[in-house]
Design a protein around this ligand. Structure first.
Ligand code: GLA
Length: 445
C-alpha cells in the first residue's frame, strides 16, 4: 500500500492522501464482490475545456484541460469472454455482457453501453474478441467526475474501459488511434460528438492544457501541443448543479445545423467537407449563403442530406447561420488564446473566454440562466481574467481564470451570489490539471 501511495502522489500531488482512502474502499469492494486475488486499477480523468466549444466535430481547434477527478476501474480478466460490471454507486446496478464484434446495445441510458462500445470497437480493430473482465467502477464525487456536469464523465468511463480492454488484450495503443476508437465507442452510445474528450482523457499532462487540431492529417494523425497553464492564476470550476435531460437530442441538432451549413456552402465550394474548410474565408460572404433557420424536412426537399443523426426530428428548427458563425469565430478565438498564452497576456485570454461565452450563449444557444449568473458573478471579482461555460452546455459548469490571491474571495462571493440569484448551491473547485488515463497499479486484495 505504501507503494500505491507513492504512485498516487505522482498522479494527484497533494490530494494523494484522500485518494488513498477512496482507492481502499474500491479495493475492499472489489474483494467482497469478486473474491481475493490480483486486481488491475485503471483510471481516466474528466476534463474542462478552456476554449473551443463545439468545434471538434467541425474539424476545428480545442484547448481542454484534464481534471484530477477521474473514473477508477478495478478489473480482473476472465477467461470466458464475458464482462461483469458493478459500481460503488448503488444507482448503477450490476451489468454483464458477452464480448463479440457485434455486441447488442443495452437500452439507451444503460451504463454498460460505455463498456460495450469499446469492447466491440477493439474487437473489430484487433480482429479477435478481447478478453472480458470482472470490473468495479468508482466515480463518485468528490474524487470522481461529476455526472452530467459537462466535464466528460461519460468519455472518462469509456476511456477507462478501453484502456482496460487494451491492456488485457496486450494492445499497446497510440494516442490518436485510441482516441478515435473511444470516440467511435461513444457513437455506439448515440452522441455524435467529436474527439476532444477522448484525446484529453488519454494524453493530458499535469499542469498543462492540450491544444488539439481536430483535423486529422493524411495518416490519420492529429497535431497536438501541451501548453502550460498560466502562472499566478487558478483555473476554477463552478458546477451550477443544473443537469439537463435530453442533451443528446439538442447536441445532435447542433451537429445537424453545422452539417447543413457545410452542405449549403458546398454549392459554391465543392471541395469542402467541414466548417474548418472555410476558416479563412470572409464571414460576411459566407453568411449570405446560410439561412437563419431551416428544418431538416425542408433541407431534404432541397436535396440536402445530413447523414446519420439519431433523434433529430424532421421539423427541428436548425439555426444554421448562427451556429456556423459560432464555430467560425470560436476557431479564431482558440488560436488567439494560444497566441496570448504564449505571450503571457492573460487579460487577453480572459477577454477571449468572455467572448466565447457570449458566442455560446447567443449564437450556439447552449447556455442557461444559471450559467450566465455564474459567469457574471465571476467577472465581478477584481483581477478575474474571464469566465465562460465549459463543455457541451445546457447546464453543468463554468470556468474562470482567477488570480492566486483571490481564490477565497472568489469562492465566497460567487457561491453567495449564485444562491441568492437562483436558490441553488454551486460547487466550486480548482482544476488541478492532472495526467491522462492509464494503468495505475496492480494490487492484491
Ligand atoms: C461534448 C462532446 C465533445 C465536444 C463538446 C463541446 O463534450 O463529447 O466532443 O463536442 O461536447 O465542445
Amino acid at each position: 500500500m505504501g507503494q500505491l501511495l507513492g504512485v498516487l502522489a505522482e498522479i494527484y500531488g497533494g490530494g494523494a492522501g484522500g485518494q488513498m482512502a477512496r482507492y481502499r474502499v474500491a479495493l475492499d469492494g472489489f474483494r467482497v464482490r469478486y473474491g481475493p486475488g490480483p486486481v488491475h486499477i485503471f483510471r481516466a480523468p474528466g476534463r474542462v475545456n478552456l476554449i473551443g466549444e463545439h468545434t471538434d466535430y467541425n474539424h476545428g481547434y480545442v484547448l481542454p484541460v484534464a481534471l484530477d477527478r477521474d473514473v477508477l476501474l478495478l478489473a480482473r480478466p476472465r477467461a470466458d469472454g464475458e464482462v461483469w460490471l458493478a459500481n460503488v454507486e448503488s444507482d448503477f446496478t450490476p451489468r454483464g455482457f458477452a464480448v463479440s464484434d457485434a455486441i447488442p446495445a443495452a437500452p439507451a441510458g444503460d451504463w454498460s453501453n460505455y463498456a460495450r462500445g469499446p469492447a466491440q470497437e477493439l474487437t473489430r480493430l484487433l480482429g479477435t474478441p478481447v478478453a472480458g473482465f470482472d470490473g468495479l467502477v468508482s466515480s463518485a464525487p468528490p474524487y470522481g467526475v461529476p455526472r452530467g456536469a459537462g466535464v466528460s464523465s461519460s468519455s472518462a468511463l469509456t476511456v477507462a474501459m478501453a484502456v482496460a480492454f487494451a491492456h488485457f488484450a496486450g494492445w499497446r495503443w497510440q494516442g490518436a488511434e485510441m482516441a478515435r476508437l473511444c470516440s467511435d465507442a461513444e457513437w455506439y452510445v448515440g452522441t455524435r460528438g467529436g474527439i476532444m474528450d477522448q484525446f484529453i482523457a488519454l494524453l493530458a499532462e499535469r499542469g498543462h492544457a492540450l491544444f488539439l487540431d481536430c483535423r486529422p492529417d493524411a495518416d490519420g494523425d492529429f497535431r497536438t501541443r501541451s501548453i502550460p497553464l498560466p502562472a499566478g492564476y487558478r483555473l476554477l470550476v463552478m458546477d451550477s448543479g443544473v443537469r439537463h435531460s435530453n442533451t443528446r437530442n439538442k447536441f445532435n441538432q447542433r451537429v445537424a445545423a453545422c452539417r447543413a451549413g457545410v452542405a449549403l456552402l458546398r454549392r459554391e465550394r465543392p471541395g469542402i467537407t467541414h466548417l474548418r474548410d472555410v476558416e479563412n474565408a470572409d464571414w460576411s460572404a459566407l453568411e449570405e449563403q446560410l439561412p437563419e433557420e431551416v428544418s431538416v424536412a425542408s433541407l431534404r426537399g432541397q436535396g440536402v442530406a445530413l447523414g446519420d443523426l439519431p433523434n433529430v426530428p424532421d421539423d427541428a428548427p436548425l439555426r444554421v447561420r448562427a451556429c456556423c458563425r459560432h464555430v467560425w469565430t470560436e476557431n479564431r478565438r482558440v488560436l488567439a488564446t494560444i497566441d496570448a498564452l504564449d505571450r503571457g497576456d492573460i487579460p487577453r485570454v480572459g477577454q477571449l473566454l468572455n467572448e466565447a461565452h457570449t458566442s455560446a450563449r447567443d449564437d450556439y444557444r447552449i447556455s442557461t440562466p444559471e450559467l450566465d449568473v455564474l459567469t457574471g458573478a465571476a467577472r465581478q471579482i477584481d483581477g478575474v481574467a474571464g469566465a465562460r461555460l465549459t463543455g457541451a452546455g445546457w447546464g453543468g459548469c463554468v470556468i474562470a481564470l482567477v488570480p492566486d490571491g483571490q481564490v477565497e474571495e472568489f469562492s465566497t462571493h460567487v457561491g453567495r451570489f449564485y444562491t441568492r440569484a437562483t436558490g441553488r448551491q454551486a460547487t466550486i473547485f480548482p482544476c488541478q490539471a492532472g495526467p491522462g488515463a492509464g494503468l495505475v497499479a496492480v494490487a492484491e486484495v
